[in-house]
Design a protein around this ligand. Structure first.
Ligand code: ZN
Length: 126
């Protein structure tokens, strides 16, 4: 985290980190209200789900604990690449954010070597 003074002297505004919560349940079956709010870009299974809202994520983990499970909730940074549209998690998302806020051309910088290729492929499919 940068100090307020460092933030004020930036040429380009800092991008806000976006967080998602990975909720793991052991006893509880993931209810429909959680299924309908899952992050569609990320994989979900019977035992875990990705949610955007902190309150919902903690509520689901708490519900699992009440059923005798060991529900847990992990926060991860997420971000979509503006160039190719890929949804990224964790360190990749952090790197993308740092590029986004790096300068005026930062948002157009590719996320990896295959970024421009992926963008072309995605366009072709539409
Ligand atoms: Zn990309």
């Amino acid at each position: 985290m940068t100090s307020p003074s460092a933030r004020a002297t930036r040429l380009y505004p800092a991008a806000k980190p976006i967080y998602a919560y990975r909720v793991e349940v052991t006893e509880l079956a993931i209810p429909d209200w959680a299924q309908s709010r899952r992050i569609k870009e990320l994989t979900t299974s019977d035992s875990y789900i990705w949610l955007r809202g902190k309150a919902l994520a903690y509520k689901l983990a708490q519900m699992d604990k009440e059923c005798g499970g060991s529900g847990r909730c992990d926060r991860m940074e997420v971000r979509r690449c503006r160039v190719c549209g890929r949804y990224m998690v964790g360190l990749q998302a952090e790197r993308r954010r740092l590029k986004d806020e790096a300068g005026y051309g930062g948002r157009k910088m590719p996320c990896d070597e295959e970024c421009h290729e992926r963008r072309y492929l995605c366009r072709k499919m539409v």
